[in-house]
Write a protein that binds this ligand. Structure first.
Ligand code: ACO
Length: 323
């Protein structure tokens, strides 16, 4: 049996740190409010000339090095992003060119905060069916470009960054299962609108609007949906909660993360948390958190790891794997 196995990980954060105290100088908020409601203390923000592809390239090069791969070994490039450099070509094509990969399939996936989960499960299917041997899968975001910096209810939440993995065909496990879902009925609870418009059913150019969110409702649906998703993932694999060594959740809010950990009967020591330093980097948050925990030695070969995400759409999904 062929599995898709994570061969190496990489991550990259822009240099500029924006603390809660700095935000409190421009909008009516406080470090205390932000930390108690979200767990976020600081986030990274790109320079004015830095793009999602710039971040992706740095994360991808690090992942290639960690996997001991050359760019020439890659036969599939998938980039999860909500904030592409251009409407087209895709950020995956731009990244492919930067890395000197010419010929193999390259495309973007847009599932907002669940984008990386979608991307890695698509790559897994290419590998399992023999259509690819080595895939580069990246989550990269410049969410700061979609944020209305005058809106205190959203501007405190988001950050920029990129994470990457190299997925390779292997006889050893490997990704054990992937579970993807979406329900567009929730399209208006978390969306990007033109300023001043209700935003619904309008065609927008990429990055021309700002994030609008009904935070309370998003929070409630996220917690119940992730609860069911974790149950679905365990049942599909015939596993108990105690079989999971690490949880690598989407980093939106520490309260959502804690609720999922509780559902799994996990202590917070088994949960990879970066939301305090990264904020919500949307499709980049899961691969960034994974890279942090692989590099600091917490996640070891043979560990069973659950990644899960929830985001605009709504979209949600999980990937269970043996590292
Ligand atoms: N600083 C101070 N006060 C604020 C701020 C702020 N940054 N933002 C909102 N407030 C105020 C509100 O105006 C409101 O004031 P009012 O009572 O006078 O009207 C009060 O705080 C409470 O606002 P709520 O929205 O009810 O606050 P809540 O406890 O729900 O926390 C939050 C808001 C953090 C957004 C929460 O709803 C949440 O985490 N939701 C999940 C959404 C999320 O994480 N989205 C990220 C993208 S989706 C994803 O990745 C899953």
């Amino acid at each position: 049996m062929t599995y898709a196995r994570i061969l190496g990980t990489g991550g990259f954060l822009p240099r500029r740190v924006v603390t809660n105290a700095e935000l409190a100088r421009t909008v009516d908020t406080s470090d205390e409010w932000i930390v108690s409601r979200t767990g976020i203390r600081e986030r990274r923000i790109v320079a004015s000339d830095e793009t999602s592809c710039d971040l992706a390239e740095r994360a991808a090069r690090q992942a290639l090095e960690a996997a001991g791969c050359l760019a020439a070994d890659i036969d599939l490039v998938i980039v999860a992003t909500t904030t592409p450099d251009r409407v087209f070509p895709s950020t995956a094509c731009l990244l492919q060119d930067r890395l000197g990969i010419h010929g193999p399939a390259a495309f973007d996936v847009q599932a907002v905060c669940t984008g990386f989960i979608y991307a890695i499960s698509i790559a897994e299917k290419f590998i399992k069916t023999g259509s690819a041997k080595r895939a580069l899968v990246v989550g990269t975001e410049t969410m700061s470009r979609l944020v209305n910096w005058q809106d205190r209810s959203t501007c405190v939440l988001f950050g920029d960054g990129a994470g990457a993995v190299i997925l390779g065909a292997s006889a050893e496990p490997g990704i054990l299962s992937a579970h993807l879902h979406a329900d567009g009925a929730y399209k208006d609870l978390l969306t990007v609108t033109e300023d001043g418009a209700d935003g619904t059913d309008r065609v927008l150019a990429a990055a021309s609007g700002h994030i609008a969110m009904r935070g309370n409702e998003v929070f409630r649906v996220a917690v119940t949906t992730l609860d069911a998703l974790v149950g679905e993932t365990l049942a599909a694999n015939g596993l108990n909660q105690s079989d999971i060594r690490w949880l690598v959740p989407h980093q939106a809010n520490i309260r959502i993360i804690s609720a999922t950990a509780k559902r799994l009967g996990m202590s917070m020591e088994q949960v990879i948390v970066t939301v305090d330093r990264h904020g919500n980097t949307s499709g980049a948050s899961i691969p960034l958190a994974l890279d942090v925990a692989v590099r600091d030695g917490r996640i070891q070969r043979g560990d069973v790891v659950l990644m899960e995400g929830f985001g605009g759409g709504f979209t949600w999904g999980s990937v269970l794997f043996t590292y």
